[in-house]
Design a protein around this ligand. Structure first.
Ligand SMILES: NC(=O)c1ccc[n+]([C@@H]2O[C@H](COP(=O)([O-])OP(=O)(O)OC[C@H]3O[C@@H](n4cnc5c(N)ncnc54)[C@H](OP(=O)(O)O)[C@@H]3O)[C@@H](O)[C@H]2O)c1
Length: 292
């Protein structure tokens, strides 16, 4: 039996991918930048490879002999003046390693809206990453995940304090959202059901779509008091992000993405029939975020 390699294993989704495969008795090699972060995985029976995503040689050693590898584009720094500056080195590291090691299959965590090259903010980089991975010829699955339910974590404190959930998403427009746990378990399943050649797109959402009003109503139910949604303009979102330390360029990207969601540009490419839905509800995620 071959081995599955998981990058980003200290993160939200990679940790679930590795945990799910280990629980099924599969051989797993985790990729960490900092060897100390590998210790807990070693204790659980995983092999540990130390490599950064920009180092194609070290990463190729980590990918060697793999039946499947899980990769993602690490989030860029919130304060980055040019958030796209580090992307070429990250993408070259991963694609260089895929070309050298030629694992049987790669699963990339991508995003809703990654079929578009522009008008989608930070998702445009994932469009480029998909294309670069496809060009390696390594059979690839692009797991295009919906808006993370965990994105609400950064708004909860303020909402409880102000008794209002401020956001620039259209208040009554239902959008797909997904729990990072469901992304991890789906990615693990896709690693076990690889494509033999070419590329496959898998679009993933949660059990239902939720509007900003729905999120506010769910939050209200969980905390037992009324916390209505307040839709703010995109410019207001950008100002708030700047106030939280985002660079002008990063605020611009998130503004563009939010506007793209509101006008239906950042949406699934293949429609409801092809959509995979995970089981975890928004209520479950909000409850767990509030416990932290
Ligand atoms: N938020 C959304 O709504 C949404 C929706 C769809 C897709 N996405 C995509 O989801 C991805 C984030 O996934 P996530 O939440 O699972 O990630 P995450 O929790 O932010 O974790 C990032 C992981 O990448 C590792 N990492 C960072 N820089 C690295 C480097 N240079 N070399 C090797 N490893 C490195 C980190 O390791 P360390 O512990 O060493 O830092 C960490 O394990 C992004 O690509 C984002 O665009 C997000």
């Amino acid at each position: 039996m071959g081995i599955f390699v998981v990058a980003g294993v200290s993160g939200n989704t990679g940790s679930v991918v590795a945990e799910t495969l280990l629980a099924q008795g599969k051989s797993v090699r985790v990729v960490v930048r900092d060897a100390a972060k590998g210790d807990a995985w070693k204790a659980r029976g995983a092999e540990v490879a130390v490599a950064t995503l920009t180092d194609a040689d070290a990463l190729a050693r980590a990918f060697a002999g793999a039946d499947g590898v899980y990769v993602l584009a690490p989030p860029f720094s919130f304060a980055a003046e040019d958030p796209s500056a580090d992307r070429p080195a990250l993408f070259a590291g991963v694609t260089g390693a895929l070309r050298k090691a030629r694992p049987a299959h790669v699963v990339l965590l991508s995003s809703v809206g990654a079929q578009h090259a522009a008008g989608n903010g930070p998702i445009a980089a994932l469009h480029a990453f998909e294309r670069e991975i496809a060009a390696t010829g390594v059979p690839a699955t692009f797991l295009r995940a919906a808006y993370f339910m965990e994105n609400w974590a950064s708004s909860l404190g303020g909402a409880l304090e102000a008794n209002a959930l401020y956001n620039a998403l259209t208040a009554d427009r239902k959008i797909p959202q997904v729990a990072t746990r469901d992304i991890g378990t789906t990615a693990a399943r896709l690693l076990l059901e690889p494509v033999a050649s070419g590329t496959r797109v898998v679009e993933l959402a949660g059990p239902a779509d939720y509007s900003l009003d729905d999120v506010a109503a769910t939050l209200s139910a969980v905390v037992g008091r009324s916390i209505p949604a307040v839709q703010v303009p995109i410019e207001g979102l950008k100002g708030a992000l700047r106030g939280m330390g985002a660079s002008a360029a990063v605020a611009e990207l998130y503004g563009e993405m939010t506007d793209g969601i509101n006008r239906g540009h950042v949406a699934f490419e293949h429609g409801a029939k092809a959509l995979v839905r995970g089981p975890t509800t928004l209520e479950t995620v909000l409850r767990s975020l509030l416990k932290r």
